[in-house]
Ligand binder design. Structure first.
Ligand code: AMP
Length: 190
């Protein structure tokens, strides 16, 4: 099964993806992590994208599209992927459908974690003390939230129409959310 996990910055996508990876033996594909690796390894791509990421904007659909194709085309991960942070735009959602079809796969469920801007700010400031991310400060967090709100509407309509979308209250506690996600996944496994 392939899962998409979706939501604003600080919604808990990374935390819940790790839970799903352990419980259902899937592989996490976090485009944010892949992009941060490029920056940490000082690659050409890394130097191109660091200022975009640190300003809270999205990197181009083409760049992230290339990164995910490497993952989707790898037989080791076939039908075992949790997409964490991809897609973020309608173009990316259509690209994801295209690539999955190309490698004979599909999305089984889209999990959307809903949280308020206030919660996002609080969680990102907490995370700032644990991880050293250039984009985890209040100003960029607000910008990332707005970027998310602007780019996600069409994407959500798209998944709503396809009946794959499940909306989860991301304000709840971590284990409560994990239980809800687990039940939803068990439900579609049948
Ligand atoms: P994340 O770790 O998912 O919060 O992503 C951190 C940053 O990486 C985002 O604010 C974007 O600048 C960039 N990024 C991650 N995933 C994508 C994506 N699918 N499309 C465009 N930019 C992305």
């Amino acid at each position: 099964m392939n899962i998409v996990i979706f939501g604003p910055p600080g919604a808990g996508k990374g935390t819940q993806s790790k839970f799903i990876v352990n419980k259902f033996k899937l592989h996490q594909l976090s485009t944010g992590d892949l992009l941060r690796n490029e920056i940490a390894n000082k690659t050409n791509l890394g130097s191109k994208i660091s200022s975009i990421i640190n300003s809270g904007e999205l990197v181009s659909d083409e760049i992230v599209g290339n990164l995910i194709e490497k993952f989707i085309s790898n037989g080791l991960y076939k039908n075992k992927i949790i997409f964490d942070g991809y897609p973020r735009t309608l173009i990316q959602a259509k690209n994801l459908d295209f690539l999955l079809k190309k490698y004979d796969q599909k999305i089984d469920i889209v999990l959307k974690l809903s949280v308020s801007l206030n919660t996002v700010k609080k969680r990102i400031l907490e995370r700032q003390t644990q991880e050293n991310r250039g984009d985890d400060n209040e100003e960029v967090a607000v910008k990332r939230f707005k970027t998310y709100e602007n780019s996600s509407k069409d994407l959500l309509d798209y998944y709503e129409r396809s009946d794959l979308l499940k909306v989860i209250n991301g304000e709840a506690g971590i284990s409560e959310i994990s239980t809800e996600i687990s039940d939803l996944i068990e439900g579609i496994k049948g």
